[in-house]
Design a protein around this ligand. Structure first.
Ligand code: ADP
Ligand code: MG
Length: 569
């Protein structure tokens, strides 16, 4: 191909002057990158090199091979793109840098990053080659002359075999996300590509993990590579037990209550994507009698600080927060982080779970994922470098166990606490009662203690009330104590209303609305059971049709009851 000035190639290649950008004081200035790259970085808003960039760029500028181990989100792309771009001969319009990426999305992403970094460099052309896009269009672009090719192994090999991708001028090959390529079965392809390259070339390999196959490739094809290992927060993450729950969206609130109950005491942060969701979740927790606070962008700074203080002191246990509001939050007593909404990306996830497991403690992190969000799991696992195990919504048995443990712990704490001055007289009188009772009734100490516990517990059942039929979701106070289980008694009929757990109704709402509309006394309204999307109510037999009619339209939590008789009850 003739190198006549078809387009803008009249511009001379950039002259590299080491100190040209001294007054900009960019952290990138010391690497000896051309001015045009520094200018592009400034446009990107990069001020300081990330750790992997700081370690890798100088080695790559020297032309060394490099083996990098780092998780996603650490800035690997610029770590290899900048030094390789700096070494490109703009006058030679043939491929000089080849980057292989495991997926089409990643190839596009990396090529776009190259383009951003090359934005101020005239005459530099980047092309992405991946399956599914027009082959002939790719050939034309290759003919017009590109210096950087980013592609998936399959398509790149096709062009190499056809001779449409000329590799004779390649002086650098990057294997990005090499362990992903291995996982996707590309490892033999990668080997093949490596064997086709000129012997004088620089090979750069990045991988989040180092399985033996990757090590073998390094040994065979890399020459005395510089090794760079970056561990982001990994030391912290190892103390955090990470799990996920797959569940449909409408079950999240119910699952949250169960997870919180099964977790027991201690500080918890719940992450939601939007301010609106933080409020909804907090209201639901409030309704369950849990002390919680909201931390989002609408909360004024002074109040935020007070909230964090209350959390530290244990006056609040549960914080519902957005990502931004909880950035950098450092509270030792956070034992559990709940990703109520999936994080935007792996970086956000790492930040979120990093709120627990602090100061050398253990922590738990639980991620709620819908089936659609499932594919996120793998990239999050790669980002943290560990598995995120599956778990189920805690069962009644687990919640009960936690309630029993709590009770035991509370008793134990009380035994160890001295009686405060102002209560001492009262306690002395209680002691007299105990002594008198044991004299008069021959009750054993155990029997006395049990009676006291039962008295303290009151009408409220200690354990979860087992749910008949399709496991309706109820909080611990979901069922009113005085409303009995089982079939409606003979004088009652069972009805169905179209509001349920997902509308966040409580039995009290239904009692109120029905009593209000029908004039029934609250005591005449029988058992109420709340299911996900509907509820059942027992009402006295023979409700007049007009009353039923008017009940149809009654709204509870902004939804019409649409009451109907359940024949099968
Ligand atoms: P990795 O390949 O390690 O997953 P990327 O190269 O995709 O990471 O970079 C992750 C994000 O960080 C990108 O949005 C990128 O623009 C940004 N980024 C990279 N380096 C810097 C830097 N030095 N300063 C600011 N942002 C950066
Ligand atoms: Mg990357």
């Amino acid at each position: 191909m003739a190198v006549t000035g078809v387009d803008d190639n009249s511009q001379p290649a950039e002259v590299v002057t080491q100190d040209a950008t001294a007054e900009v004081e960019s952290g990138f200035a010391g690497f000896g990158l051309p001015e045009s790259l520094l200018e592009a970085l400034e446009r990107c808003g990069y001020q300081q090199p990330s750790p992997i960039q700081a370690a890798a760029i100088p080695e790559l500028m020297l032309g060394r091979d490099l083996l990098g181990q780092a998780q996603t989100g650490t800035g690997k792309t610029a770590a290899f793109a900048l030094p390789l771009l700096a070494r490109i001969d703009l006058d030679a319009r043939q491929p000089q840098v080849l980057v292989l990426a495991p997926t089409r999305e990643l190839a596009i992403q990396v090529s776009e990053a190259f383009q951003r970094y090359a934005a101020c460099t005239r005459g530099l052309h980047v092309l992405a080659l991946y399956g599914g896009s027009d082959f002939r269009d790719q050939i034309q672009k290759l003919r017009r002359g590109v210096q950087v090719v980013v592609g998936t192994p399959g398509r790149v090999m096709d062009h190499m075999r056809q001779g449409t991708l000329d590799v004779s001028g390649l002086h650098a090959l990057v294997l990005d996300e090499a362990d992903e390529m291995l996982r996707m079965g590309f490892i033999d392809d990668v080997q093949w590509v490596l064997e086709q390259l000129p012997t004088q070339r620089q090979v750069v390999l990045f991988s989040a993990t180092m399985p033996p196959e990757i090590k073998r490739i390094c040994q065979q094809h890399l020459q005395d590579p510089a090794e760079v290992i970056i561990r982001t927060q990994k030391a912290d993450a190892s103390r955090i037990r990470q799990r996920h729950i797959l569940l449909p969206h409408h079950q999240k609130l119910g699952a949250l209550l169960r997870v919180l109950e099964a977790h027991g005491p201690g500080g918890v942060i719940i992450f939601a994507r939007t301010k609106a969701v933080t409020v909804t979740v907090a209201e639901a927790l409030d309704a369950e009698g849990m002390a919680c606070a909201v931390l989002n962008g609408d909360v004024p700074q002074s109040l935020r600080e007070r909230t964090v203080e209350r959390l530290k002191q244990g006056k609040v246990d549960v914080l519902v927060a957005t990502d931004v509001a909880a950035r950098g939050l450092d509270v030792d007593r956070i034992g559990l982080v709940i990703n109520y909404d999936a994080p935007f990306d792996s970086e956000a996830y790492v930040h979120r779970i990093g709120r627990t497991g602090r100061a050398g403690r253990e922590g738990d992190a639980i991620l709620f994922l819908s089936h659609r969000e499932r594919r996120l799991l793998h990239s999050l696992e790669r980002a943290v470098g560990s598995a995120i195990e599956a778990m189920e919504v805690p069962s009644d048995a687990e919640i009960n166990q936690q309630r029993l443990d709590n009770l035991q712990q509370q008793l134990n704490d009380l035994l160890e606490q001295p009686v405060p001055q102002e209560r001492q007289q009262e306690v002395a009188l209680m002691e007299e009662i105990i002594q008198r009772l044991s004299r008069e009734t021959e009750a054993t100490p155990e029997q006395l203690a049990l009676a006291a516990l039962r008295l303290a517990q009151g009408d409220q059942p200690l354990l979860v009330v087992p749910q008949p039929q399709q496991a309706p979701r109820q909080g611990r106070q979901g069922e009113r104590g005085e409303r009995r289980q089982g079939r409606p008694n003979s004088s009652m009929e069972r009805f169905r209303v179209e509001v349920g757990w997902r509308d966040r109704i409580k039995p009290g709402h239904l009692v109120g609305a029905i009593a209000n509309e029908t004039g029934l006394d609250g005591r005449q309204i029988g058992k109420i059971t709340i299911f996900d999307d509907h509820s059942t109510v027992d009402l006295p037999q023979g409700m007049p049709p007009q009353l039923m009619q008017s009940l149809q339209r009654v709204r509870v939590m902004q939804k019409e009851l649409q009451i109907s008789r359940l024949d099968a009850a």
